[in-house]
Design a protein around this ligand. Structure first.
Ligand code: SF4
Ligand code: SF4
Length: 60
């Protein structure tokens, strides 16, 4: 089971994760990234790698 942790103190709502995720898992709500339907995550870690703030952790 995959968990996605967003450090909301670091997240700037830049939408990079939303634009990067191949399964469109991120919504931006009130300028913060919110992962939805986490069960669909492919664990490709693209979001983790691309977040300019290092705010995402994908945990298996
Ligand atoms: S890429 Fe990082 S900083 Fe940008 S919206 Fe996603 S979690 Fe927030
Ligand atoms: S690890 Fe890949 S599939 Fe999962 S949320 Fe990040 S970009 Fe999307």
């Amino acid at each position: 089971m995959v968990k996605i942790m967003i450090d909301t103190d670091k997240c700037t709502g830049c939408e990079t994760c939303a634009n990067t995720c191949p399964v469109g898992l991120y919504e931006i709500v009130d300028a913060k990234a919110v992962p939805e339907n986490v069960d669909e995550c492919l664990v490709c870690r693209a979001c983790e790698a691309q977040c300019p703030e290092g705010a995402i952790q994908v945990i298996e």
